[in-house]
Design a binder for this molecule. Structure first.
Ligand SMILES: NC(=O)c1ccc[n+]([C@@H]2O[C@H](COP(=O)([O-])OP(=O)(O)OC[C@H]3O[C@@H](n4cnc5c(N)ncnc54)[C@H](O)[C@@H]3O)[C@@H](O)[C@H]2O)c1
Length: 365
Protein backbone atom coordinates (compact mmCIF):
# COMPACT_ATOMS: atom_id res chain seq x y z
CA UNK A 1 0.00 0.00 0.00
CA UNK A 2 1.43 3.39 -0.93
CA UNK A 3 2.10 6.12 1.60
CA UNK A 4 -0.49 8.91 1.37
CA UNK A 5 0.59 12.54 1.72
CA UNK A 6 -2.17 15.10 2.18
CA UNK A 7 -1.06 18.69 1.57
CA UNK A 8 -3.30 20.92 3.66
CA UNK A 9 -4.15 24.46 2.54
CA UNK A 10 -2.31 27.08 4.61
CA UNK A 11 -4.58 29.21 6.77
CA UNK A 12 -2.12 31.63 8.35
CA UNK A 13 -3.02 35.12 7.06
CA UNK A 14 -0.81 36.32 4.17
CA UNK A 15 1.00 32.96 3.91
CA UNK A 16 1.22 32.25 0.20
CA UNK A 17 4.07 29.72 0.41
CA UNK A 18 3.57 25.98 0.20
CA UNK A 19 5.51 22.98 1.52
CA UNK A 20 4.88 20.99 -1.67
CA UNK A 21 4.85 22.49 -5.14
CA UNK A 22 3.50 21.01 -8.37
CA UNK A 23 7.08 19.95 -9.20
CA UNK A 24 7.86 18.19 -5.93
CA UNK A 25 4.35 16.70 -5.61
CA UNK A 26 4.80 15.15 -9.07
CA UNK A 27 8.24 13.80 -8.12
CA UNK A 28 6.65 12.09 -5.12
CA UNK A 29 3.87 10.61 -7.26
CA UNK A 30 6.45 9.39 -9.78
CA UNK A 31 8.23 7.64 -6.89
CA UNK A 32 5.06 5.79 -5.92
CA UNK A 33 3.59 8.08 -3.26
CA UNK A 34 -0.12 8.91 -3.24
CA UNK A 35 -0.31 12.72 -2.99
CA UNK A 36 -3.50 14.74 -2.55
CA UNK A 37 -3.56 18.51 -2.49
CA UNK A 38 -6.21 20.67 -0.86
CA UNK A 39 -7.66 23.45 -2.97
CA UNK A 40 -6.08 26.61 -1.62
CA UNK A 41 -7.40 30.12 -2.04
CA UNK A 42 -4.17 31.68 -0.75
CA UNK A 43 -1.35 29.55 -2.16
CA UNK A 44 0.89 31.18 -4.78
CA UNK A 45 0.40 27.94 -6.76
CA UNK A 46 -2.98 27.79 -8.44
CA UNK A 47 -5.04 24.62 -7.98
CA UNK A 48 -4.79 24.13 -11.73
CA UNK A 49 -0.99 23.95 -11.59
CA UNK A 50 -1.26 20.88 -9.33
CA UNK A 51 -4.04 19.45 -11.49
CA UNK A 52 -1.91 19.91 -14.61
CA UNK A 53 0.86 18.01 -12.84
CA UNK A 54 -1.58 15.13 -12.39
CA UNK A 55 -2.16 15.62 -8.65
CA UNK A 56 -5.73 15.05 -7.41
CA UNK A 57 -7.32 18.01 -5.59
CA UNK A 58 -9.33 17.58 -2.42
CA UNK A 59 -11.49 20.13 -0.55
CA UNK A 60 -9.90 22.85 1.58
CA UNK A 61 -9.60 21.71 5.20
CA UNK A 62 -10.40 18.07 4.39
CA UNK A 63 -7.28 16.85 6.24
CA UNK A 64 -9.26 16.84 9.47
CA UNK A 65 -11.42 13.94 8.26
CA UNK A 66 -8.71 12.13 6.29
CA UNK A 67 -7.98 8.51 7.32
CA UNK A 68 -5.64 8.48 10.28
CA UNK A 69 -2.81 6.77 8.42
CA UNK A 70 -2.49 9.70 5.98
CA UNK A 71 0.47 12.01 6.60
CA UNK A 72 -0.63 15.64 6.82
CA UNK A 73 1.88 18.00 5.21
CA UNK A 74 1.79 21.76 5.69
CA UNK A 75 4.11 24.69 6.18
CA UNK A 76 3.07 26.91 9.07
CA UNK A 77 1.02 26.58 12.25
CA UNK A 78 -2.47 25.08 12.29
CA UNK A 79 -5.26 27.46 13.23
CA UNK A 80 -5.74 27.61 17.01
CA UNK A 81 -8.20 24.99 18.23
CA UNK A 82 -8.33 22.29 20.84
CA UNK A 83 -9.34 19.03 19.18
CA UNK A 84 -6.71 16.26 19.39
CA UNK A 85 -4.53 15.74 16.32
CA UNK A 86 -4.66 12.07 15.38
CA UNK A 87 -2.48 12.15 12.26
CA UNK A 88 1.25 12.41 11.79
CA UNK A 89 1.99 16.05 10.84
CA UNK A 90 4.93 17.54 8.94
CA UNK A 91 5.18 21.34 9.35
CA UNK A 92 6.81 24.21 11.24
CA UNK A 93 5.02 24.36 14.58
CA UNK A 94 7.27 26.69 16.61
CA UNK A 95 6.71 24.79 19.85
CA UNK A 96 9.95 22.90 20.52
CA UNK A 97 11.75 25.94 21.95
CA UNK A 98 8.99 26.60 24.47
CA UNK A 99 7.51 29.45 22.45
CA UNK A 100 4.40 31.20 23.73
CA UNK A 101 1.49 28.75 23.95
CA UNK A 102 3.68 25.70 23.28
CA UNK A 103 2.12 23.54 25.98
CA UNK A 104 -1.41 23.77 24.64
CA UNK A 105 -0.31 23.34 21.04
CA UNK A 106 2.17 20.51 21.56
CA UNK A 107 -0.21 18.54 23.75
CA UNK A 108 -2.68 18.38 20.84
CA UNK A 109 -0.30 16.27 18.72
CA UNK A 110 -1.22 12.75 19.78
CA UNK A 111 0.51 10.88 16.98
CA UNK A 112 3.66 12.66 15.73
CA UNK A 113 4.84 16.14 14.80
CA UNK A 114 7.84 16.10 12.47
CA UNK A 115 8.92 19.71 12.82
CA UNK A 116 10.55 21.03 9.63
CA UNK A 117 12.87 23.24 11.64
CA UNK A 118 14.48 20.16 13.20
CA UNK A 119 14.96 17.87 10.21
CA UNK A 120 18.74 17.57 10.10
CA UNK A 121 21.25 15.76 7.94
CA UNK A 122 24.01 13.54 9.36
CA UNK A 123 26.14 16.65 10.06
CA UNK A 124 23.39 18.31 12.07
CA UNK A 125 22.65 20.82 9.31
CA UNK A 126 19.03 21.48 8.37
CA UNK A 127 17.91 19.51 5.32
CA UNK A 128 15.70 22.39 4.12
CA UNK A 129 15.66 26.08 4.98
CA UNK A 130 14.34 29.31 3.54
CA UNK A 131 17.59 31.20 4.15
CA UNK A 132 18.63 31.84 0.56
CA UNK A 133 15.39 33.63 -0.34
CA UNK A 134 15.38 35.47 3.01
CA UNK A 135 18.70 37.02 2.05
CA UNK A 136 17.60 37.56 -1.54
CA UNK A 137 14.38 39.31 -0.47
CA UNK A 138 16.13 41.23 2.31
CA UNK A 139 18.69 42.65 -0.12
CA UNK A 140 15.90 43.55 -2.56
CA UNK A 141 14.03 45.49 0.11
CA UNK A 142 17.25 47.10 1.32
CA UNK A 143 18.11 48.37 -2.18
CA UNK A 144 14.52 49.38 -2.84
CA UNK A 145 14.13 51.35 0.40
CA UNK A 146 17.61 52.89 0.13
CA UNK A 147 16.55 54.15 -3.32
CA UNK A 148 13.24 55.41 -1.92
CA UNK A 149 15.02 57.31 0.88
CA UNK A 150 17.42 58.88 -1.60
CA UNK A 151 14.55 60.00 -3.86
CA UNK A 152 12.32 61.13 -0.94
CA UNK A 153 14.50 63.53 1.04
CA UNK A 154 11.32 64.87 2.70
CA UNK A 155 11.40 61.75 4.91
CA UNK A 156 8.21 60.14 3.56
CA UNK A 157 8.21 56.53 4.81
CA UNK A 158 8.30 53.55 2.43
CA UNK A 159 4.78 52.21 1.79
CA UNK A 160 3.53 48.71 2.67
CA UNK A 161 5.24 45.89 0.79
CA UNK A 162 3.31 43.25 -1.16
CA UNK A 163 4.65 39.85 -2.29
CA UNK A 164 5.93 39.67 -5.88
CA UNK A 165 4.55 37.07 -8.31
CA UNK A 166 8.07 35.99 -9.28
CA UNK A 167 11.77 36.80 -9.04
CA UNK A 168 11.97 38.60 -12.42
CA UNK A 169 9.24 41.05 -11.40
CA UNK A 170 11.11 41.84 -8.18
CA UNK A 171 14.47 42.28 -9.91
CA UNK A 172 13.11 44.58 -12.58
CA UNK A 173 11.30 46.68 -9.97
CA UNK A 174 14.44 47.07 -7.84
CA UNK A 175 16.59 47.85 -10.91
CA UNK A 176 14.19 50.67 -11.88
CA UNK A 177 14.30 52.13 -8.36
CA UNK A 178 18.12 52.07 -8.29
CA UNK A 179 18.26 53.88 -11.64
CA UNK A 180 15.99 56.65 -10.28
CA UNK A 181 18.12 56.96 -7.15
CA UNK A 182 21.34 57.09 -9.16
CA UNK A 183 19.92 60.00 -11.14
CA UNK A 184 19.69 62.11 -7.96
CA UNK A 185 22.80 60.57 -6.41
CA UNK A 186 25.36 61.90 -8.89
CA UNK A 187 25.13 58.62 -10.85
CA UNK A 188 26.62 56.64 -7.96
CA UNK A 189 25.33 53.18 -7.11
CA UNK A 190 25.11 52.13 -3.47
CA UNK A 191 27.97 50.37 -1.75
CA UNK A 192 26.63 47.35 0.12
CA UNK A 193 28.37 45.39 2.88
CA UNK A 194 27.01 41.89 3.52
CA UNK A 195 28.20 40.10 6.66
CA UNK A 196 27.64 36.32 6.73
CA UNK A 197 28.07 36.39 2.95
CA UNK A 198 29.11 32.72 2.76
CA UNK A 199 25.91 31.41 4.37
CA UNK A 200 22.49 30.66 2.93
CA UNK A 201 20.99 34.10 3.59
CA UNK A 202 24.24 35.85 2.71
CA UNK A 203 24.61 34.15 -0.66
CA UNK A 204 21.01 35.12 -1.48
CA UNK A 205 21.84 38.76 -0.67
CA UNK A 206 24.99 38.66 -2.81
CA UNK A 207 23.01 37.18 -5.72
CA UNK A 208 20.30 39.84 -5.52
CA UNK A 209 22.90 42.65 -5.55
CA UNK A 210 24.58 41.03 -8.56
CA UNK A 211 21.32 40.40 -10.42
CA UNK A 212 20.26 44.05 -10.17
CA UNK A 213 23.58 44.99 -11.73
CA UNK A 214 25.74 46.31 -8.88
CA UNK A 215 29.43 46.11 -9.72
CA UNK A 216 31.73 43.68 -7.89
CA UNK A 217 33.50 46.61 -6.22
CA UNK A 218 30.19 47.82 -4.74
CA UNK A 219 29.49 44.54 -2.91
CA UNK A 220 31.65 43.87 0.18
CA UNK A 221 31.33 40.21 1.09
CA UNK A 222 32.37 39.56 4.66
CA UNK A 223 32.26 36.42 6.76
CA UNK A 224 34.16 35.06 9.79
CA UNK A 225 37.64 35.99 8.53
CA UNK A 226 36.80 39.67 8.05
CA UNK A 227 34.99 40.14 11.40
CA UNK A 228 37.65 38.29 13.41
CA UNK A 229 39.34 41.62 14.28
CA UNK A 230 36.20 42.62 16.21
CA UNK A 231 33.71 45.44 15.59
CA UNK A 232 32.38 48.06 15.39
CA UNK A 233 33.49 48.41 11.79
CA UNK A 234 34.13 51.62 9.88
CA UNK A 235 33.45 49.65 6.68
CA UNK A 236 29.80 49.56 7.76
CA UNK A 237 29.36 53.28 8.39
CA UNK A 238 31.28 53.90 5.16
CA UNK A 239 28.80 51.78 3.15
CA UNK A 240 25.35 52.95 2.05
CA UNK A 241 23.68 49.67 2.99
CA UNK A 242 24.57 47.07 5.62
CA UNK A 243 22.99 43.60 5.39
CA UNK A 244 23.50 41.32 8.38
CA UNK A 245 23.16 37.63 7.52
CA UNK A 246 25.15 35.90 10.24
CA UNK A 247 24.03 32.91 12.25
CA UNK A 248 24.49 34.24 15.77
CA UNK A 249 25.95 31.62 18.08
CA UNK A 250 27.06 33.59 21.13
CA UNK A 251 28.55 36.83 22.38
CA UNK A 252 30.52 38.79 19.78
CA UNK A 253 31.54 42.47 19.67
CA UNK A 254 28.80 44.51 17.96
CA UNK A 255 29.24 45.19 14.25
CA UNK A 256 27.81 48.70 14.51
CA UNK A 257 26.74 50.94 17.40
CA UNK A 258 25.13 54.37 17.81
CA UNK A 259 28.47 55.68 19.07
CA UNK A 260 30.28 54.40 15.96
CA UNK A 261 27.61 55.95 13.74
CA UNK A 262 27.88 59.32 15.48
CA UNK A 263 31.68 59.18 15.50
CA UNK A 264 31.91 58.83 11.70
CA UNK A 265 31.49 62.43 10.54
CA UNK A 266 31.61 61.35 6.92
CA UNK A 267 29.05 58.55 7.36
CA UNK A 268 27.49 57.00 4.24
CA UNK A 269 25.26 54.44 5.98
CA UNK A 270 21.53 55.04 5.31
CA UNK A 271 19.97 51.59 5.47
CA UNK A 272 20.43 48.43 7.57
CA UNK A 273 18.70 45.19 6.69
CA UNK A 274 19.03 42.79 9.61
CA UNK A 275 18.15 39.51 7.94
CA UNK A 276 19.39 37.55 10.97
CA UNK A 277 17.20 39.80 13.11
CA UNK A 278 17.88 38.94 16.70
CA UNK A 279 16.76 42.20 18.37
CA UNK A 280 15.72 40.28 21.50
CA UNK A 281 19.10 38.58 21.94
CA UNK A 282 21.53 39.95 24.53
CA UNK A 283 24.23 39.24 21.90
CA UNK A 284 22.52 41.15 19.07
CA UNK A 285 25.45 42.42 16.97
CA UNK A 286 23.29 45.24 15.53
CA UNK A 287 22.18 46.91 18.80
CA UNK A 288 20.78 50.07 17.24
CA UNK A 289 17.08 49.06 17.18
CA UNK A 290 14.88 46.78 19.24
CA UNK A 291 11.71 45.81 17.36
CA UNK A 292 10.70 43.56 14.49
CA UNK A 293 9.25 45.36 11.49
CA UNK A 294 6.55 44.05 9.14
CA UNK A 295 5.60 44.14 5.45
CA UNK A 296 3.03 46.81 6.38
CA UNK A 297 5.65 49.00 8.07
CA UNK A 298 8.96 47.70 6.80
CA UNK A 299 11.34 50.08 8.57
CA UNK A 300 12.15 51.61 11.91
CA UNK A 301 14.59 54.54 12.28
CA UNK A 302 17.72 54.31 14.41
CA UNK A 303 17.20 56.73 17.31
CA UNK A 304 19.89 58.97 18.76
CA UNK A 305 21.54 59.92 15.46
CA UNK A 306 23.24 63.26 16.04
CA UNK A 307 23.88 64.39 12.48
CA UNK A 308 23.40 63.44 8.86
CA UNK A 309 20.43 61.72 7.26
CA UNK A 310 18.37 59.17 9.21
CA UNK A 311 19.23 55.46 9.12
CA UNK A 312 16.36 53.04 8.48
CA UNK A 313 16.39 49.43 9.70
CA UNK A 314 14.49 46.55 8.12
CA UNK A 315 14.01 43.71 10.65
CA UNK A 316 11.33 41.50 9.10
CA UNK A 317 11.47 37.89 10.31
CA UNK A 318 9.50 36.36 7.40
CA UNK A 319 11.34 37.82 4.42
CA UNK A 320 10.93 34.81 2.05
CA UNK A 321 7.21 35.63 1.89
CA UNK A 322 8.19 38.42 -0.51
CA UNK A 323 8.85 35.73 -3.14
CA UNK A 324 6.43 32.91 -2.30
CA UNK A 325 6.86 31.00 -5.56
CA UNK A 326 10.63 30.75 -5.72
CA UNK A 327 11.09 30.39 -1.96
CA UNK A 328 8.58 27.49 -1.87
CA UNK A 329 10.20 25.85 -4.88
CA UNK A 330 13.63 26.12 -3.30
CA UNK A 331 12.53 24.88 0.12
CA UNK A 332 10.44 22.03 -1.25
CA UNK A 333 13.18 20.78 -3.56
CA UNK A 334 15.68 20.79 -0.64
CA UNK A 335 13.14 18.77 1.35
CA UNK A 336 12.33 16.33 -1.46
CA UNK A 337 15.14 13.78 -0.83
CA UNK A 338 13.89 13.43 2.76
CA UNK A 339 10.24 13.28 1.68
CA UNK A 340 11.17 10.43 -0.65
CA UNK A 341 12.22 8.44 2.45
CA UNK A 342 8.86 8.81 4.16
CA UNK A 343 7.71 5.31 3.28
CA UNK A 344 10.57 4.04 5.48
CA UNK A 345 10.19 6.75 8.12
CA UNK A 346 10.46 4.39 11.09
CA UNK A 347 14.05 3.60 10.11
CA UNK A 348 15.15 6.49 7.84
CA UNK A 349 17.48 8.53 10.08
CA UNK A 350 16.11 11.98 9.34
CA UNK A 351 12.51 10.98 10.24
CA UNK A 352 13.44 8.63 13.07
CA UNK A 353 15.48 11.45 14.71
CA UNK A 354 12.62 13.91 14.25
CA UNK A 355 10.17 11.49 15.85
CA UNK A 356 12.55 10.90 18.76
CA UNK A 357 12.79 14.66 19.31
CA UNK A 358 8.99 14.96 19.25
CA UNK A 359 8.70 12.22 21.87
CA UNK A 360 11.28 13.95 24.08
CA UNK A 361 9.45 17.27 23.83
CA UNK A 362 6.14 15.60 24.63
CA UNK A 363 7.69 13.84 27.62
CA UNK A 364 8.95 17.20 28.94
CA UNK A 365 5.43 18.63 29.03
N1 LIG B 1 14.55 37.28 8.43
C1 LIG B 1 14.15 36.15 7.91
O1 LIG B 1 13.09 36.07 7.28
C2 LIG B 1 15.01 34.92 8.03
C3 LIG B 1 14.72 33.78 7.27
C4 LIG B 1 15.58 32.67 7.34
C5 LIG B 1 16.66 32.71 8.21
N2 LIG B 1 16.88 33.82 8.98
C6 LIG B 1 18.02 33.89 9.93
O2 LIG B 1 19.19 34.25 9.25
C7 LIG B 1 20.32 33.77 9.99
C8 LIG B 1 21.32 33.12 9.06
O3 LIG B 1 20.75 31.93 8.54
P1 LIG B 1 21.49 31.05 7.42
O4 LIG B 1 20.60 29.93 7.08
O5 LIG B 1 21.98 31.94 6.34
O6 LIG B 1 22.75 30.52 8.26
P2 LIG B 1 24.06 29.89 7.66
O7 LIG B 1 24.61 29.05 8.76
O8 LIG B 1 23.83 29.27 6.33
O9 LIG B 1 25.03 31.14 7.41
C9 LIG B 1 25.50 31.96 8.42
C10 LIG B 1 26.82 32.60 7.98
O10 LIG B 1 27.20 33.54 8.99
C11 LIG B 1 28.60 33.42 9.19
N3 LIG B 1 28.91 33.98 10.49
C12 LIG B 1 28.56 33.50 11.71
N4 LIG B 1 29.06 34.28 12.68
C13 LIG B 1 29.75 35.28 12.06
C14 LIG B 1 30.50 36.38 12.52
N5 LIG B 1 30.66 36.64 13.82
N6 LIG B 1 31.07 37.18 11.59
C15 LIG B 1 30.93 36.94 10.29
N7 LIG B 1 30.23 35.90 9.78
C16 LIG B 1 29.65 35.09 10.67
C17 LIG B 1 28.88 31.94 9.03
O11 LIG B 1 30.25 31.71 8.76
C18 LIG B 1 27.97 31.59 7.84
O12 LIG B 1 28.64 31.80 6.61
C19 LIG B 1 19.74 32.84 11.05
O13 LIG B 1 19.71 33.52 12.28
C20 LIG B 1 18.34 32.56 10.59
O14 LIG B 1 17.45 32.31 11.66
C21 LIG B 1 16.09 34.92 8.88
Amino acid sequence: MSTVLHLRAETKPLEHRSCLTPTTAKALVDAGYDVRVERSPQSIFEDKEFEDAGIPLVPTGSWIDAPEDHLIVGLKELPEDNFPLKHEHIQFAHVFKQQTGYRETLSRYENCLYDLEFLNDANGRRVAAFGYYAGFAGAALALEIWAWNVTHPDGEGYPAVKPYPNEDALISHVKGSIEKAKAVNGGAEPRVIIIGALGRCGSGSVDMCTKVGLGEESILKWDMAETAKGGPFEEITQSDIFINCIYLMGKIPPFVTREAINADKDRKLRLICDVACDPNSPFNPVPVYDIWTTFDQPTVDVSGIESGPPISVISIDHLPTLLPRESSESFSSQLLPSLLQLKDRETARVWADAKKLFKEKKAEL
